[in-house]
Ligand binder design. Structure first.
Ligand SMILES: [Zn+2]
Length: 265
């Protein structure tokens, strides 16, 4: 009898625990890491702003309601993907990045304290080492995300970009944190991340002239996610990222819808 009860208990346990194929992802808790695309969408000083125009909105002759819009955008505007080709010849274009590289476990490194009042802060290698001493080595296949806290300033251009000006002259005024190129170098040599993201306008800091971190990641075919939102809702480890850029054939990037599934949800 006892054996029968144990067996029955085991069967109930197995039946009640979901196998991965049974999981309904819509029942999980999701965080949208995407800023909306609208008139306030921030863009690089030399890029054109995102445009949204109404083609038609209203009642048709046939009695049904109809609405449609025309959008115009550059690839690197708002929350977006940097395909490796953006900064390295012969690397993956937007449509060539494997889906598996855009989906996966997140490692979130919070650098808000290290920033202090230095808007031009660059994430140093020591920050990664400190993070790893607390949480363990960054696992292979991670999507590495840097949380600077700058997402809170969106869409205030002065606070977020360091300038409200546009055009070539504004480039010298750009001021926001990014990833130090030595850190990028260390990461590609010592860790196996598949994508990298940040809540600023660029992987490199605003004052960068050469975009070295971009180049280092791009050479290794590692895509970037820029202008991320709501990073304060993510834990250091355990969430899963789903990043779905518009599949622009031959693109160097593209508008990105990105979300994170929280652990234990
Ligand atoms: Zn970009």
């Amino acid at each position: 009898m006892r054996v029968f009860l144990i067996l029955t208990g085991l069967i109930v346990l197995i039946l009640s625990s979901c196998t991965p194929d049974d999981v309904d992802l819509s029942q999980k808790t999701w965080v949208d890491l995407t800023h909306p695309f609208n008139d306030e969408t921030l863009h690089w000083p030399t890029a054109e702003p995102f445009q949204f125009d109404t083609v038609f909105a209203g009642q048709t002759d046939e009695t049904f309601y109809y609405e449609s819009h025309r959008i115009q955008t550059e690839e690197h505007v708002g929350t977006h993907l940097d395909a490796p080709i953006h900064f390295y010849e012969d690397r993956n274009r937007t449509h060539e990045i494997p889906l598996e590289q855009l989906i996966g476990p997140a490692v979130v490194i919070d650098v808000r304290e290290q920033l202090m009042d230095n808007r031009d802060y660059r994430v140093k290698t020591e920050v990664i080492e400190d993070w790893e001493s607390e949480y363990g080595e960054i696992p292979d296949g991670s999507i590495l995300i840097f949380h600077t806290g700058f997402g809170q300033y969106w869409p205030d251009a002065q606070q977020y970009m360091g300038t409200t000006e546009t055009g070539e002259e504004a480039l010298a005024e750009l001021s926001f944190p990014g990833i130090h190129h030595e850190t990028a170098e260390w990461l590609v040599e010592n860790r196996d991340i598949k994508a990298v993201g940040i809540d600023t306008a660029s992987l490199d800091y605003g004052q960068s002239q050469e975009f070295k971190s971009h180049q280092i990641f791009a050479e290794q075919n590692i895509p970037g996610f820029e202008n991320l939102a709501n990073l304060e809702e993510l834990p250091a480890t355990g969430s899963q990222i789903v990043a779905m850029p518009m599949k622009i054939e031959r693109g160097s990037g593209g508008p990105l819808r990105i979300a994170a599934m929280l652990p234990g949800s």
